[in-house]
Design a binder for this molecule. Sequence first.
Ligand code: NDP
Length: 285
Amino acid sequence: MVAEIIDGKKLSHELKMKMKEEVNQLKKTGVTPHLTVILVGDNPASKSYVKGKEKACEETGISSDLIELNETITEDELLAQIVKLNNDKSVHGILVQLPLPNHIEEQKVIEIISPEKDVDGFHPVNIGRMMTGQDTFLPCTPHGIIKMLKSKNISIEGKHAVVLGRSNIVGKPVGQLLLNENATVTYCHSRTPNLKEYTKNADILVVALGKAHFVDENHIKEGAVVIDVGINRTEDGSLTGDVNFDKVKEKASYITPVPRGVGPMTITMLLSNTIKAVKGLTSGE
Ligand code: NDP
């Protein structure tokens, strides 16, 4: 079996074109969705992510601005800046680019963002809403993964989904969203012994470890759906996933590439959340 590739870049473009229409409709009513991004310090990777977000906003007609803050900013000053944005009616979505410098407690920052403007979907209120199956801002990478599966009509209900990784931004929430779609979910992490015993039973395998080419053909069963979240930089500077794509594609039924896979979908779901922030939570998909 040779896997069908789920092209995240193509799907992301299609979704963005639909969003552009939605944004145009909103503009006719006098509202332009607005995202404010806060970047603290000058981490090159963060700068490049922020650029990608600004570009994607432009493509859909969403307006955005970037607040660049010096790495020496105090935690209190940053929190005060966010409170100001919470109270600014022209700002619909607030995103603080992570990671933050060590002297700033990330969780404090996440929790001060108004849940109604939390387009990253990281606020505990929104995580709670997701867990209880309520309408909310879903975290972008996990939401993008569900969209990718649905775009290919891959059935999730009743399937065994195995998630490699249990981070708060990817592993845990993607498992929850798969559960919300009625999959039977197993989480694996660094303390899981005999990992292959679990991965080989997966109908859907989501890999979010941050370890280049960790998963090969011996980890999966014939016909599995393999979603590669990993972004790893190789020696020559190019990007590669957590899955050995060339080997695994010969055995899987569907596979996501890196690049052009989950990455573009993450940004696209951020745009979707920004539009949702204008329309209100009950107007969800
Ligand atoms: P984290 O480092 O926060 O989490 C990694 C997880 O993998 C942890 O739960 C860890 O287990 C587990 N793990 C590490 N090594 C092993 C191992 N040998 N066996 C089993 N489990 C292991 O990473 P993130 O979730 O933030 O990101 C994962 C990858 O996804 C990274 O490459 C990141 O760059 C990428 N990413 C991509 C995005 C996209 O848009 N495509 C968005 C976000 C992230 P434990 O908890 O026990 O330590």
